[in-house]
Design a protein around this ligand. Structure first.
Ligand code: 5CA
Length: 438
């Protein structure tokens, strides 16, 4: 992509409306713009990152055996009366009336809808187990939307729903999702710590939140010091359920995210292994048994002939919130430092002298080679000062920068810079190409 033809409205100054660093950087780097309180437009660069985050989530859901579908954002109030949640949900639910005076709502979550869809299709125990998911916009009329996309009113969520024959099956599905979550967040360069949590309006008696540590996070959390060690996650075999039990039992059980469990957590800490921090909840999983299937009449024929009521769980990931969490975890005083897996482009190619025909020819040629090699490249071909170009590239945080200027060209080299760490080296254009496409 040539920057001269792209749409990248960056800001030099920190916008006054933003309090936390990720929100500031998302506005400054031209990722999002607020269009109403807690509602954001995703600008081209932000949209690319959002898609990459969603793709990682999707791949890991598919790998865990979940099946993708797509449910609508608008739902009928009738559906929610069946579970009893229409009145219980309160003012966070955005209620809408259509032209025929029918009561509708913008979905804050989809337990009711998926239960109805599954109920109308599933007949026998052979139709189970199944886990279905979608990645869809949600709306919650938060009293205080804040911190940009971290606590928005409209936000993108991955929500999965499992249907099993019995509690043991449902716990297996839960564990599988638990593992998929650790893999998902690790792929984005995040260490997300699972913590026992309250179930809130979703209900049920088993639930874990996945928390990314950040001083600006909204949750006050306690966790085991082991989670700070980089080796920790890589030594876990995520397909090994017994190993997983060890993580759940050994590290999270007593280190709860909720205030009520704080004392127990402190006691269980055995002194110096307890760490306290603030964190961002990027995912939340629930096992709630027959709460929705029972209330909404979902039952299937059992193996022995009788009817059985499926046990369910639901599993959320804050896809849009993750962008904020990733930036909180990965930035410096110059701007964002994207992990490779979610970067909007892999390479920022800077032509220092757009007015110099030799530089322009060399930069055009390298841009063509990068593109042909499938390396996503943002090419700053604008007629601007070099300093401004460097500042923009550092701000938007692409993993690699390649700089072409007249002095280097005379020596037959370009400069390659790694955004994280800032190491620079001079090498031929072809070697730079080989390095960034490796
Ligand atoms: N039905 C369940 C699981 S699918 C559910 O809705 N869970 S939730 O309420 O915990 O939301 C799932 C995830 O969505 C949260 O972990 C969080 O990462 C994200 N999320 C929730 N509220 C917001 C919000 N206002 N803004 C951005 N992300 C949010």
């Amino acid at each position: 992509m040539r920057l001269s033809r792209y749409f990248l409205p960056v800001m030099k100054e920190s916008p006054a409306e933003a309090q936390i660093v990720s929100h500031k950087l998302m506005l400054r780097a031209g990722l999002v713009r607020q269009t109403a309180a807690g509602i954001y437009a995703w600008l081209p660069l932000g949209q690319r990152v959002l898609r990459k985050i969603a793709d990682i989530v999707r791949e890991e859901q598919d790998r865990a055996g979940a099946i993708e579908l797509l449910m609508p954002t608008l739902q009928s109030a009738e559906l929610w009366r069946e579970s009893g949640r229409y009145d219980a949900y309160g003012p966070e639910m955005l209620r809408i009336t259509d032209r025929h005076d029918r009561e509708m709502l913008y979905g804050p979550t989809n337990e009711e809808m998926i239960t109805a869809i599954f109920r109308d299709a599933a007949r026998s125990y052979r139709d189970l187990p199944r886990t279905l998911y979608h990645i869809q916009w949600k709306f919650r009329d938060e009293v205080r939307p804040r911190f940009g996309v971290m606590r928005g009113r409209e936000f993108l969520m991955k929500d999965a729903y499992s249907f099993d024959l019995d509690e043991a099956g449902a716990r297996h599905s839960y564990n599988r999702m638990f593992v998929a979550y650790l893999n998902t967040f690790a792929r984005m360069g995040l260490r997300a710590i699972p913590m026992q949590a309250d179930t809130g309006p979703i209900g049920g008696d088993l639930s874990h939140e996945f928390i990314v540590l950040a001083p600006t996070g909204e949750s006050d959390v306690f966790y085991h010091a082991n989670w700070e060690q980089a080796a920790e996650l890589s030594t876990v075999d995520f397909d090994d359920v017994a190993g997983l039990e060890a993580i759940v039992g050994g590290y999270t059980k007593d280190y709860a995210a909720t205030d009520e469990k704080r004392d127990a957590a402190a006691e269980a800490a055995a002194g110096d292994l307890l760490r306290q921090s603030r964190g961002v909840e990027v995912g939340h999983i629930f096992y709630f048994g027959t709460k929705y299937s029972g209330a909404m009449g979902l039952k299937v024929q059992g193996p022995g002939g009788g009817e059985l009521v499926p046990h369910m769980g639901s599993y959320g990931i804050g896809v849009s919130r993750l962008m904020g969490a990733i930036i909180e975890a990965s930035h410096d005083d110059k701007g964002i430092v994207w992990p490779d897996a979610v970067a909007p482009f892999a390479v920022g190619l800077i032509n220092m002298r757009a007015d110099d025909p030799a530089c322009a020819a060399a930069a055009d040629a390298l841009y063509a080679k990068l593109t042909a090699a499938g390396v996503e490249t943002l090419y700053d071909d604008r007629d601007e000062r070099g300093g401004a170009k460097f500042a923009t590239m550092d701000l938007i945080g692409l993993p690699w920068q390649i700089v072409i200027g007249p002095k280097g060209l005379e020596k037959g080299v370009v400069e390659l810079k790694r955004r994280a760490g800032g190491e620079r080296e001079e090498l031929s254009a072809d070697d730079a190409l080989a390095k960034v496409s490796a």
